[in-house]
Design a protein around this ligand. Structure first.
Ligand code: NAP
Length: 308
């Protein structure tokens, strides 16, 4: 494989593959580096109903594969590799990966975001033994069991909905007295016979023997602690940006997102940030693909100016 490209895209989610598609169609040579499989976080979503063009919805894994195939039809190359180091400041950017070193005139950071953790003792050790971060992926292990969902946003609501169809009982623990999730989730959840709510509460401790047996929750108004017995817990409290690789090289905001406006240009010329890793108000598939198109557009202008 050639080692030098007009554009190297790091991350094969919807933002990354759209940048690649647009750039390839504009005649640029493009390499996508992806460590797992196409689709990124989207691939873990079992039903996407808010991405236009699919009246019956589509599962995220399939959509990711289709985005990859579409980009590759125009000559985009994909390498399954983990990026281990970046040198972004020069005119030619260096990308070190598990599959070798690549050079790009532009780099698009499309690394997305990962689940935020509860930050309680033993959380990491109990992953796979009762602690989960993705209902669409791991919900099926809890058929007929009792599960806890933590959080009050769209992810928690969507996870509680999925789990209500699998588990015997779903207990949603939220630190406020109402959901922050969009209204579309409220009635179905409130009316589900097997969904209960524990408001104004935080999980303070994980209880376990060889695997999780329950949690201790603390009511944040009264300070009272109580035990909820459960076979599993799904932590759905948002995500944190996967910006560690570029932490010391491009400007980040206080939460670690890469500072970039609608043009997706970062603080470093020739480096663009798309999708969930970028500072933005709404993190959705549709906004990630929009970012991808913008990144390709501005990358093209940058290349025309810088390498004329
Ligand atoms: P989010 O909207 O940021 O919500 C995170 C929730 O977790 C909030 O309710 C927050 O509580 C709570 N939380 C945060 N840290 C916590 C902690 N340490 N302990 C306990 N609770 C904590 O995140 P999200 O629900 O993952 O959504 C992320 C993005 O994806 C959003 O833009 C969302 O719209 C999108 N999304 C959309 C859909 C959809 O169906 N359209 C589905 C999934 C995700 P507070 O309310 O107190 O802050």
């Amino acid at each position: 494989m050639a080692q030098s490209f007009d554009m190297i895209v790091i991350g094969g989610g919807p933002g990354g593959y759209t940048a690649a598609l647009y750039a390839a169609r504009a005649g640029l040579s493009v390499l996508v580096l992806e460590k797992l499989s196409a689709g990124g976080q989207m691939a873990l979503t079992n039903q996407i109903d808010n991405y236009p063009g699919f009246p019956e919805g589509i599962d995220g894994f399939t959509l990711g594969e289709q985005m990859q195939a579409q980009a590759e039809r125009f000559g985009v190359m994909t390498e399954l590799a983990e990026v281990t180091g970046l040198e972004l400041s020069g005119e030619i950017k260096k990308v070190e990966s598990s599959e070798g070193t690549f050079y790009g005139k532009t780099v698009v950071i499309a690394t997305g975001a990962n689940p935020r953790e509860l930050d309680v003792p033993m959380e990491r050790e109990l992953v796979g033994r009762g602690v989960n971060y993705c209902a669409a992926c791991d919900g099926m292990f809890y058929k007929g069991k009792t599960v806890i969902v933590v959080g009050g946003g769209n992810s928690a609501a969507a996870d509680a909905m999925i789990l209500s169809r699998i588990a015997k009982k779903v207990i949603l623990v939220h630190r406020r007295d109402t959901l922050r999730a969009t209204k579309i989730y409220h009635d179905p959840l409130m009316n589900a016979p097997n969904v209960e709510f524990v408001w104004n509460s935080q999980v303070s401790e994980l209880l376990f023997e060889s695997k999780l047996t329950g949690v201790k929750v603390k009511n944040i108004l009264s300070g009272e602690e109580s035990v909820i017995e459960a076979d599993g817990i799904f932590v759905s409290i948002g995500r944190k940006p996967a910006s560690g690789l570029v932490r010391d090289q491009v400007a980040l905001d206080e939460s670690g997102y890469i500072r970039a406006g609608e043009s997706t240009e970062t603080s470093v010329p020739g480096v663009f940030a798309v999708g969930d890793v970028r500072t933005k108000v709404l993190r959705q598939v549709v906004t990630a693909v929009s970012d991808g198109a913008m990144a390709a557009h501005y990358a093209e202008s940058y290349l025309a100016e810088q390498f004329k």
